[in-house]
Design a protein around this ligand. Sequence first.
Ligand code: MG
Ligand code: ZN
Length: 387
Amino acid sequence: MKNYKIVFSALLLVFATLVSAQENYKTDKSLVSTEYDYQSSEGVYNVPSFEDVSGKKKPKNIILLIGDGMGVAQVHAAMTANGGQLFMNNFKKVGFSKTHSADKYVTDSAAGGTALSAGKKTNNKAVGIDENGNLIENVREFAEQKGKATGVVSTSAVTHATPASFVAHQPQRSMYEAIAADFLKTDIDVFIGGGLDHFTKREDKRNLKTELEAKDYQVVTSVDELKTANSPKLAALLAPTHMDKMPARGDVLPLATKKAVELLSQNKKGFFLMVEGSQIDWGGHQNNTEYVVRETLDFDKAVGEALAFAAENKNTLVIVTSDHETGGMVINNGSYDDQLVKAHYGTKGHSGIMVPVFAYGPGADNFTGIQDNTDIGNMIFKLLGKK
Ligand code: MG
Ligand code: ZN
């Protein structure tokens, strides 16, 4: 009897180590900042203003950009570090989203992502599955059914909770290999992010890279290959698990956003694209102001790419929001002129506060005021033509 206990404990330890290795971006002490202030020494980027193209028409294309962990403080911190301006300053249709999940006042990214993707509250940790374990349809799947091109872009593994919510249906967000296999069950056109190992180094020995190629996907594993990729079916798996943080990652998120739009917009029926700034959340978990600011500025540049396309195309709705705030970030002082942010934090986890919602283009008026995260998903369904 005792031996069983020892073996069981040993197995449990191995399992716990494997799980925590995936999640160590939250707890890695070597990455935790003890310096909460951040003064940017980068030059500020200038932001053009885009003409308002809202109108009453339904959008042909929808781009949903999710800043994971991005509350109002994170946006304002980035704004301050860039001398007072962001691409996000262009939005005139502004609202707030309540983020609680089915079982918790404070959501995680799985339930938060599922609320935005499927318009339904679910329990923390569940991806595309409701409280009773039923599979729930997401807006990307519905767009696909409508003949539109679809895609997801993230700076985490594409199998991580947020992008997974637009593709997969699994009871636990940590089931990365099952989530990777779910990509093969869809007709998703473009996905760009990290997570190569979940496709190729699998317990079941399947090689999903080969399987994707057999389904006519161009599969690339480097940013250089991504730049020249031109297949309408594209899988770009640019890191074994998650991509580097800023500034080491370079401009891959804005670049991937532009590439995804370029490829998806070739579909005459339009497209749905989800873009995630994944690591704003991880900066928040570490209470690391520089990490938060650099990631939010990078995300803002991806928003800029979406806005530039929408301003020219006039048929594209751009929605920017977040799944939840992370860190309970407070800006207690700063300077636009000196690009300096002085911040404090209330938690190493997520907070329950409302997050901003910004919208631009046809249909944007539907996203103002105080709404639930599920209202956003349901409105996207409606704008895609769901009865
Ligand atoms: Mg995320
Ligand atoms: Zn988080």
